[in-house]
Design a protein. Structure first.
Length: 278
């Protein structure tokens, strides 16, 4: 496995190993089984797999956890080596964005970036799409793999790729979960023991909504309000619970073919997100 810390080395290594089918997994490091499931899928699909490790400052708000976000580069590299990754790209902030902040180019998917998680995290998704666009341009992968845990992010990236006529195919991979149903996330380690025991109830509430929909309930607003109350009673500070069109993330209408049930909530200081299809 080779490692590049700058763009020139990255491009040189990619040119040296110009495989016809190339996979990319963009990460912020602190890798867990969910990330490694994406890697595994890439190694099945592609002759050459690239993983990026970059804690992207553009997607963190002023009061969020950029400075304390876990950085475990040595452990990450060891895990990726064991997973048959071909190349790791781990740039610095200066290497990715340069020094001229006044001329920073931002890639934005306007409507999708301002709803749900974007409503209370202004600029977050602009940071995501900007760094992903840069990585796709640098690496030119055939496929790029993203977890379905952040369904909104997946929708944004797919929209960006489609509208900017990029050639990479975006592949969403099923959410990896703990045995009790909690979606695996790097931020789960912030949970206290008590909070960790409560956390699986987020997925349980999504399952409850799914059951209500299967039973024929159609008043989405009532279902969302009652589910928020259920989660609040057990200790969550709920950002949103939303029943949306799977692809457009709008309120379901006559054009809706499938639904997605999405939620974001805090337990203590830890923000958890999850979603399931219906």
């Amino acid at each position: 496995m080779e490692i590049a810390y700058d763009k020139n080395t990255l491009i040189s290594l990619l040119n040296k190993n110009s495989s016809s089918v190339r996979g990319l997994i963009p990460t912020m490091g602190n890798l867990h089984k969910g990330h490694l499931d994406l890697v595994y899928r890439s190694t099945l699909d592609c002759a050459y797999t690239v993983v990026t490790i970059f804690v992207n400052p553009l997607q963190f708000g002023p009061n969020e956890d950029f400075h304390k976000y876990p950085r475990t580069i040595e452990e990450d590299i060891s895990a990726l080596k064991e997973s048959n990754v071909d190349l790791v790209f781990a740039p610095s902030i200066k290497e990715m964005y340069g020094e001229d902040k006044e001329e920073q180019v931002i890639v934005a998917v306007t409507r999708l970036s301002q709803i749900l998680c974007g409503k209370n995290r202004p600029g977050h998704f602009d940071g995501v799409t900007t760094v992903v666009a840069k990585l796709l341009n640098l690496i030119s992968p055939t496929y790029a793999y993203f977890g379905q845990k952040d369904w909104q992010q997946l929708a944004l990236v797919k929209t960006m790729v489609e509208q900017l006529d990029m050639r990479t195919k975006i592949v969403g991979i099923k959410t990896t979960r703990e045995k009790d149903g909690l979606a695996i996330s790097s931020r789960n380690q912030y949970l206290t023991k008590e909070e960790r025991s409560i956390a699986p109830l987020l997925k349980a509430e999504l399952d409850n909504i799914s059951m209500r929909l299967r039973n024929g309930e159609t008043d989405y607003e009532v279902i969302e309000t009652e589910s928020k109350s259920n989660l609040s009673r057990v200790g969550f500070d709920v950002d949103y619970i939303a029943i949306r069109d799977s692809h457009r993330l709008c309120t379901p209408d006559e054009e809706t073919k499938s639904l997605r049930i999405l939620a974001a909530a805090y337990l203590g200081r830890t923000r958890l997100i999850d979603n399931i299809g219906f």
